[in-house]
Design a protein around this ligand. Structure first.
Ligand code: FES
Ligand code: ZN
Ligand code: ZN
Length: 305
């Protein structure tokens, strides 16, 4: 196989684009895809203060690398979730994130959930008897926004990729969760006090491409999957979408972008009419009821833990 740009030996094939690229032109392609997404959805500008949620995985590290190459100055924030004990999942991904930042002289801020809020994700999952990923998602969303807001950032940048977003959309469609479908957008504007604008520049990039990008760029990332994913239906939906994609390359992208281009506005309008936000009585962040879900979790953990 030969690179479609320079005809040198190819390193990767991207079937949904009917394209093969050598290493350099693949990097180029990735940068262009991210640039185009940022531009099309008017996500952010280089003079804004940008904070990236960094997990130590392939997506956030690849995105940090690409944004830096594109000339954006982006700080990172890593949330220590306390998963897997001393040498487990959280500490190894944290180490990889720290190494990446150090090598490139980037600013990585670390927030320890246990120190700041008094609990770890395994403790919260045990106490609430909920699937770990659901308390984890809630906590990450809250803490990332809080840090971005309190530290004066204009935009919170997230590493969600095409596979993540297509799987989320499929999951919410299977259950017709109108509220979540209404909120699934490339940009979540800072509509209420306390909420920071949130953007997803990797929308056009598949998981396999961020992995290939890291390998070809020599970026060490956390390869292991989180040990707490049991019960996460998103993973099964991803496998299912992958089977469909293998038969019909481009299907995932068509599903997600068909929604974003043709249907998401209608869902967002319907969602806005339904939901009225008030300030959380404890922390002041926008919420739909008196005390926000994270503050309720925190109270429960301090009572029960
Ligand atoms: Fe959140 Fe695994 S990373 S539950
Ligand atoms: Zn080439
Ligand atoms: Zn609150």
């Amino acid at each position: 196989m030969k690179c479609r740009v320079c005809r040198e030996r190819a390193s990767i094939e991207i079937r949904r684009h009917h394209a093969v690229f050598c290493k350099e032109h693949f990097f180029d392609h990735m940068r262009r895809q991210v640039e185009r997404t940022i531009h099309d959805y008017r996500m952010m500008a280089p003079d804004q203060r940008l904070l990236l949620g960094v997990s130590g995985g392939k997506d956030s590290l690849a995105l940090w690398d690409i944004l830096t190459d594109l000339g954006y100055e982006v700080d990172g924030v890593y949330i220590e979730l306390g998963i897997g004990g001393e040498k487990g999942y959280s500490s190894s991904s944290r180490l990889l994130a720290e190494q990446f930042a150090k090598n490139r002289q980037l600013d990585l801020q670390v927030v320890d959930l246990a120190d700041e809020y008094g609990f770890t994700i395994p403790e919260a999952a045990k106490e609430t008897r909920r699937v770990a990923c659901s308390v984890c998602g809630l906590s990450k969303r809250y803490v990332l926004n809080r840090i971005a807001h309190d530290r004066g950032y204009d935009v919170l940048v997230m590493g969600h990729n095409l596979d993540d977003e297509a799987a989320t959309l499929m999951g919410n469609t299977l259950t017709w969760n109108m509220e979540y479908i209404g909120r699934q957008r490339p940009v979540l504007p800072a509509t209420s006090r306390g909420l920071v604008r949130k953007v997803k520049p990797l929308l056009r990039i598949a998981e396999r491409e961020t992995a290939a990008y890291c390998v070809l760029k020599g970026i060490d990332y956390e390869v292991d999957e989180c040990p707490l994913v049991g019960g996460n239906t998103g993973i099964r939906i991803k496998e299912w979408l992958n089977q469909m994609e293998a038969k019909r390359p481009g299907m995932k992208q068509q599903f997600l972008f068909g929604f974003l281009d043709r249907a998401s506005d209608q869902f967002a309008d319907a969602h806005q009419e339904e939901v009225e936000l008030t300030d959380c009585t404890s922390c002041g962040q926008a919420t739909t009821s008196g005390e926000c879900a994270f503050c309720r979790l925190q109270v429960r953990m301090s009572d029960g833990g």
